[in-house]
Design a protein around this ligand. Structure first.
Ligand code: NAD
Length: 290
């Protein structure tokens, strides 16, 4: 199946950039959130990312400023924002990017099942939850699949294509093709908690959280030391602020519930989430953000 039109549900940390990736590959996309201001944030993010990419190309003299201006208009013009399911009646592929809570995801999948055409593939950007449980909320479990981007979606090349219990081979193939069409590299994996990347990443990061708390280490010093090692672009606490503490906490708790105490849940992170400090998106997390 070829994807002529796509949709993204949830215009937060991930959704705006996912819509940008799809639009910059030439595919029209509808971006939905629950409030106008959230939709606008996603549209602004898509515009900002596109501007950054195009000015990079101008700087390298790959395209002219005039071409960049025209492309900016074309790419952003392919993204339509909505707070209703307007424009979902003729989509071929939907990426759900709402908060990492099964009850929210199931409600969205139930709605998507009603508003999209029967042939449409319904994909989730979940970081760790069960694709099969989301599929249970629809009458088309064979067309429900995981489509897991990494932060920041406009930069990171990898997408995990996750197979639920009833996902058909045809859906997996069409999803892998779509990943390639939007210039990403797809890896197929089963729906074990955390899939592949987050299971590996969290096993390392949870050691850092644990030692930092047990030894009473300074978070900024830990980040600085890890960054200076040159193995990663930034320390794990700063990264968590960018990803969103609520999202990272849900993933960490889910991994601990699934695999036991070898996955640690940072109590400082819990404290911050309870106080509503979710990182960059709320202005404060482990760090203060301007
Ligand atoms: N943040 C990351 O680094 C990251 C990376 C990969 C995958 N993910 C996954 O992507 C998903 C979204 O994460 P995020 O960080 O973008 O979350 P977020 O909290 O930044 O954004 C979620 C958005 O969904 C909207 N929303 C809530 N209910 C909705 C509904 N019924 N319909 C439409 N929109 C609704 C919210 O208003 C919000 O704007 C989660 O499943 C998360 O695990 C996140």
């Amino acid at each position: 199946m070829y994807v002529f039109k796509a949709a993204v549900v949830g215009a937060g940390t991930m959704g705006g950039e996912i819509a940008q990736v799809i639009a910059s590959a030439g595919v029209p996309v509808v971006l939905k959130d629950v409030k106008d201001e959230f939709v606008q944030t996603g549209l602004d993010k898509a515009c900002e990312v596109t501007e950054g990419q195009l000015s990079g190309l101008v700087g390298k003299e790959k395209i002219t400023q005039e071409q960049a201006d025209a492309q900016l208009e074309e790419i952003t013009g392919r993204i339509a924002g909505t707070t209703e399911y307007e424009g979902f009646g003729d989509v071929d592929f939907v990426v759900e990017a709402v908060p990492e809570r099964m009850e929210i995801k199931q409600a969205v999948f139930g709605e998507l099942d009603e508003v999209t055409p029967g042939h449409a593939i319904l994909a989730s950007n979940t970081s760790s939850l069960s694709i099969s449980e989301m599929a249970d909320a629809t009458g088309r479990p064979d067309k429900v699949v995981g489509f897991h981007f990494f932060y920041p979606a406009s930069v990171m090349r990898l997408i995990e294509v996750i197979e639920g219990e009833e996902t058909s081979e045809e859906t997996l193939q069409a999803t892998t093709n779509f990943a390639q069409a939007i210039r990403k590299t797809a890896v197929r994996c089963g729906e074990g908690p955390g899939f592949v990347v987050n299971r590996i990443l969290n096993s390392a990061v949870s050691e850092v959280w644990k030692v930092t708390e047990e030894e009473g280490l300074d978070i900024k010093e830990v980040d600085k030391t890890i960054q200076e090692s040159g193995t990663v672009p930034m320390g794990p606490f700063f990264l968590t602020d960018l990803l969103g503490l609520d999202t990272v906490l849900h993933v960490a708790e889910h991994l601990q519930d699934s695999y036991g105490d070898r996955f640690y849940v940072s109590s400082k992170m819990k404290e911050l989430v309870d106080a509503g400090n979710l990182g960059q998106k709320t202005g404060k997390g482990f760090y203060e953000h301007g």
